[in-house]
Design a protein around this ligand. Structure first.
Ligand SMILES: Cc1cc2nc3c(=O)[nH]c(=O)nc-3n(C[C@H](O)[C@H](O)[C@H](O)COP(=O)(O)OP(=O)(O)OC[C@H]3O[C@@H](n4cnc5c(N)ncnc54)[C@H](O)[C@@H]3O)c2cc1C
Length: 376
C-alpha cells in the first residue's frame, strides 16, 4: 500500500518506521525545511520505550535513564518518591529523558532518506472510496491508498477529514527550557517535581549535563507571558534547585507553551484516513504522557495496517477504538492533575515509597496499549 504521512514529528516518523518495516511504500511530508530541533526534552516512560522497542528503535545511547521520580513541596518536604528502576524491572522497559531533537533524529535515522519530504505543507485533503489525494502549499499534490494525519495540535488533516474541532486552552501554561547546568540535579538520574499551592515546577536530567526544567502556572488567553524576572520573583523562596536554576538561565532559554486539550472524537478519519498523536488527542503536559501516547498510536497503527492489502477502513477503526479508551484515561488524568492547585498529599503527609512505585506501575499500565498483550 502507498501510505502518505503528514508531519515528521515524533508520531509521523515512528509510524513511518513501522509501516516501512511491514513492507508498505511510505512518504512522510513535513511542512518545515528540516526536522524540528527545538522543543526542549521529552520524558519517554516505560510505555513509550516499549512502543519504540517494538518499532525497532532503542534509546540506549540517547538522553538519560531515570531511576527515581521525587515530588516535594515548595518548602522542600518530601511528598513521595517512586523507584523508577523498580518500575523498569516490573514493566520490562526503561524511562528515559531525552532532548526532543535526539529522539526525532534517532527515529529518522532508521528511515530511508527518500521517505522524507521537507518543505511540503499540506493544505487540503480529498478522499474517495479508492484513493486519497493531498494538496500542498507549493502547488504539488500526492496520491495514496491511506493518509495518516500526524501534523500536531493544529492538524490540517483533522480539519479536512473531520471538520473544525479546535483544541481548547486549559487555563494553564508552561515556561520551560533545556540548558547545560552544573547543578547536581543535572548530573543525576532523578526527576524532582515541586508542588506549590498555585504553581508547580520540575527538573529532569536529559544527559550530557543538560537539564530540562519547567514552571507551570495559571494563564489566560490575552495575558502577557511571564518574563524570567517575573518567574524569579514568583518562585523566590522555593526549595532547591529553583533559585540557582533561575539565576543561571537567560531570557532566551525560556519557551512559553499554553496548555491545550482536544475533544477526542469517536472516529478519527474517513474510509482511507486516520490521525495520531497531538493531531487527535493533544493534552496538558502534567503527566508527561502525550508523546508516549503518540508512540503507542504509531506502534499500534503500523501493527494494525501491517497485513492490510485491500480496503483499510476496518483496520483503521479497530486501531482508533483500541487507542481511544487508553488515551481518554490519560488525557483526563493530565487535565485533572494540571488543574489542581494543591494536592491532598500536601496537607496530609508522605506516601511510602513502595506505594508510590506501585501506583506508577499501575497508572502506566492502565493508560497503555503496548504494556498489555496485543489484541488479536
Ligand atoms: C511544554 C511541553 C512539554 C511536553 N513534555 C512532554 C513530555 O515530557 N513527555 C511527553 O510524552 N510529551 C510531552 N509533551 C507533548 C509532546 O511534545 C507531544 O505530544 C508530541 O510532540 C506529539 O507528537 P506528534 O508527532 O503528534 O506532533 P508534533 O511533535 O507536534 O509533530 C507534528 C509535525 O507536523 C508538522 N506539520 C504541522 N502542520 C503540517 C502541515 N499542514 N503539513 C505538513 N506538516 C505539518 C509540524 O511541523 C511537526 O513537525 C510536551 C508538550 C509541551 C507543549
Amino acid at each position: 500500500m502507498r501510505v502518505l504521512v503528514i508531519g515528521a514529528g515524533i508520531g509521523g516518523l515512528a509510524v513511518a518506521k513501522g509501516l516501512i518495516d511491514a513492507g508498505h511504500d511510505v512518504a512522510v511530508f513535513e511542512h518545515a525545511d528540516a526536522l524540528r530541533d527545538g522543543g526542549a526534552a521529552v520524558t519517554v516512560w516505560s510505555n513509550g520505550t516499549a512502543a519504540l522497542g517494538q518499532l525497532g528503535v532503542t534509546l540506549e545511547d540517547v538522553g538519560r535513564p531515570l531511576h527515581s521520580l521525587k515530588s516535594i513541596t515548595d518548602t522542600g518536604r518530601l511528598l513521595w518518591e517512586a523507584d523508577l528502576a523498580d518500575v523498569t524491572e516490573r514493566l520490562g522497559s526503561p524511562t528515559i529523558e531525552t532532548p526532543r531533537r535526539l529522539l526525532t533524529g534517532k527515529i529518522a535515522a532508521a528511515l530511508p532518506a527518500h521517505a522524507l519530504h521537507f518543505g511540503r505543507r499540506c493544505i487540503a485533503v480529498t478522499e474517495t472510496p479508492e484513493r486519497v489525494i493531498v494538496d500542498f502549499a507549493d502547488g504539488t499534490s500526492a496520491e495514496g491508498d491511506v493518509l495518516i494525519g500526524a501534523d500536531g495540535q493544529r492538524s490540517v488533516v483533522r480539519r479536512e477529514v473531520l471538520g473544525g474541532s479546535p483544541a481548547r486552552l486549559t487555563g494553564w501554561a508552561s515556561w520551560q527550557g533545556l540548558t547545560r547546568s552544573e547543578l547536581p540535579v543535572a548530573h543525576g538520574h532523578q526527576t524532582v517535581n515541586i508542588a506549590g499551592r498555585v504553581a508547580h515546577c520540575g527538573f529532569i536530567p536529559a544527559g550530557d549535563g543538560l537539564l530540562h526544567w519547567w514552571f507551570d502556572l495559571p494563564w489566560r488567553e490575552g495575558d502577557t507571558p511571564l518574563s524570567l524576572r517575573d518567574l524569579r520573583r514568583m518562585f523566590a523562596g522555593w526549595a532547591d534547585p529553583v533559585r540557582p536554576l533561575l539565576a543561571e538561565v537567560g531570557p532566551d532559554d525560556l519557551g512559553f507553551f499554553p496548555h491545550i486539550r482536544h475533544v477526542v472524537p469517536r472516529v478519527w478519519g474517513g474510509a482511507r484516513s486516520t490521525l495520531l498523536g497531538d493531531a487527535v488527542h493533544a493534552m496538558p503536559p502534567a503527566v508527561a504522557q502525550a508523546a508516549n501516547q503518540t508512540l503507542e498510536d504509531a506502534w499500534l497503527l503500523s501493527h494494525r495496517l501491517a497485513e492490510v492489502e485491500g480496503a483499510p477502513e476496518e483496520a483503521l477503526r479497530a486501531y482508533e477504538q483500541e487507542r481511544r479508551s487508553r488515551v481518554l484515561k490519560v488525557s483526563r488524568t493530565a487535565a485533572f492533575t494540571s488543574a489542581q492547585r494543591s494536592t491532598p498529599l500536601q496537607r496530609v503527609g508522605r506516601l511510602p515509597k513502595w506505594i508510590a512505585t506501585r501506583s506508577q506501575v499501575a497508572s502506566l499500565r492502565s493508560g497503555s496499549t503496548v504494556l498489555r498483550p496485543v489484541p488479536a
